[in-house]
Design a protein around this ligand. Structure first.
Ligand SMILES: Cc1ncc(COP(=O)(O)O)c(C=O)c1O
Length: 452
């Protein structure tokens, strides 16, 4: 499938909207789901109006829904499947481990191997603690920072997502009428019922503004245990952090004995040593998730042995007792090891190149069609924006109602023509995507933006 030199498709565009029919299998499943799940849903992120599409199978970079329609999967379970679906090496490692028992009240060798892989690759990590999700990893990292520093407040960046955890959710969805001055963003609840004490314990900072963020950290330094920072924050707009901003955050936290936590739950997919390797900044703690579990539930926190000693149970109750029935379960560890061992430096370089091709091709589609929009991202990650504004921080990336409607239309059109990305415009590549699939994506984008 190719575009001619005017950007017109030379092959028929598929139509994949069986799910929209009230007689579809997706519609029937959703009817059932609404009786036993609130709103038919158990993961807010996957709700889609008027109803979700139910998945049946995945193979490589293709996903088939329960009505038998195939789509190019450029979401990869929200960036967690670095090798797409059912990669033979990952499947084999998981099933081999599965057949020998799935979880024990004893540690297994696999957890040592995966911890060693992370410690070998990431210079700031000497030791690792596993959890079952990225949210838990963030929770545990914050507890570690509190125990290590003896302080209890944390700072986070406006708009940044760090999972479902009260402290980490503060000011996740701030809107213009309430967010306050840029130099001192207001701490706002995301969930109803957030205790006011949580808001008092979280200082909100402006992303990518080195001077303003450093000044606020200095003002609040005496009570701060940690500053948590995602260097490529999706909900902030998926624009990379500026180098001077990251360096300033490293310097100001070190100067005041505050731990710098990098949340690399998503961004670990941008480089062999994660985003911290790409940006050459060394945090005190790092949270991991998504790709390190090979598609199974996972999270981890890693850091220097001095900080990680808060979890050390030798000699009695540790400073931070940390349990978890399924922590480091051997199936996740085996699948994660298989997935991560395939990710050598060449695999990242190839993903970077494909990511550049996709982002460049997307910009060209918009330009040819004369349609406003933008695409941000690093390496294998991309995010589509329904606006042409220059993005610096959360505030500049927030879409207005008209822009949101434009993005909704594009998302729906992509779904209906064979491509899965998130409703917010997030997408990513997996190692099994080839030039042919990038071309397929661009041809469908071309069709959808022209059709409006
Ligand atoms: C940056 C970041 N941190 C933490 C999380 C939470 O991870 P999980 O969904 O595994 O709890 C996410 C999830 O998308 C994330 O993007």
């Amino acid at each position: 499938m190719r575009l001619d030199n005017r950007g017109t498709a030379t092959r028929a565009i598929p139509t994949t909207c069986a799910y929209a029919s009230p007689d579809s299998t997706s519609a029937r499943l959703w009817q059932r789901a609404q009786h036993v799940l609130p709103g038919g849903n158990t993961r807010t992120t996957v709700f889609m109006a008027p109803r979700p599409i139910y998945a049946a199978d995945g193979e490589g970079c293709w996903l088939t829904d329960v009505d038998g329609e195939r789509r190019l999967d450029l979401l990869n379970n929200y960036t967690s499947l670095i090798h797409g679906h059912a990669h033979p090496a990952v499947t084999e490692a998981a099933t081999r481990r599965l057949a020998r028992g799935v979880s024990f009240a004893l540690p297994t060798p696999e957890e040592i191997d995966l911890a060693a892989l992370l410690a070998e690759r990431v210079p700031s990590v000497e030791q690792v603690r596993f959890t079952n999700s990225g949210s838990e990893a963030v929770m545990v990292a914050i507890k570690a920072a509190r125990a290590f520093t003896g302080r209890h407040r944390i700072a986070k960046f406006e708009g940044a997502y760090h999972g479902s955890y009260d402290w980490a959710e503060v000011s996740l969805g701030s809107s213009p009428g309430e967010w306050g001055p840029l130099e001192a963003p207001v701490s706002l609840p995301y969930s109803k019922g957030t205790p006011p004490s949580v808001l008092e314990e979280v200082v909100v900072l402006p992303f990518n503004h080195a001077r303003l963020a450093a000044a606020r950290i200095e003002r609040e330094a005496h009570g701060l245990a940690a500053v948590i920072l995602d260097p490529v924050p999706n909900r902030v707009g998926l624009m990379p952090a500026r180098a001077e901003f990251l360096n300033a955050m490293r310097e100001v936290t070190a100067a005041h004995g505050i731990l710098l936590i990098f949340d690399e739950v998503i961004s670990f997919r941008v480089g062999y040593r994660g985003a911290q390797g790409v940006f050459d900044v060394r945090p005190d703690l790092t949270t991991f998730g998504k790709i390190i579990g090979g598609g199974f539930p996972v999270g981890a926190v890693g850091g220097g042995a001095d900080v990680m000693a808060v979890f050390d149970p030798r000699g009695g109750k540790p400073a931070v007792p940390h349990g978890g029935t399924f922590n480091a379960n051997p199936v996740t560890m085996a699948a994660g090891l298989a997935a991560m061992r395939l990710m050598d430096e060449g695999a990242y370089a190839r993903l970077d190149e494909m990511g550049e091709t996709l982002r460049g091709g997307f910009r060209a589609c918009l330009e040819r069609a004369g349609v406003p929009g933008a695409i941000t991202g690093v390496g294998s990650l991309f995010r589509i924006h329904p606006t042409e504004r220059a993005f610096v921080d959360y505030r500049s990336a927030v879409a207005d109602d008209a822009e949101k409607k434009r993005l909704d239309r594009l998302h729906r059109a992509l779904l209906d023509h064979g491509v899965l990305i998130s409703p917010t415009g997030l997408g990513c590549l997996s190692t099994v995507v080839t030039e042919a699939e990038v071309e397929y994506f661009l041809e469908i984008v071309n069709h959808c933006v022209r059709a409006g």
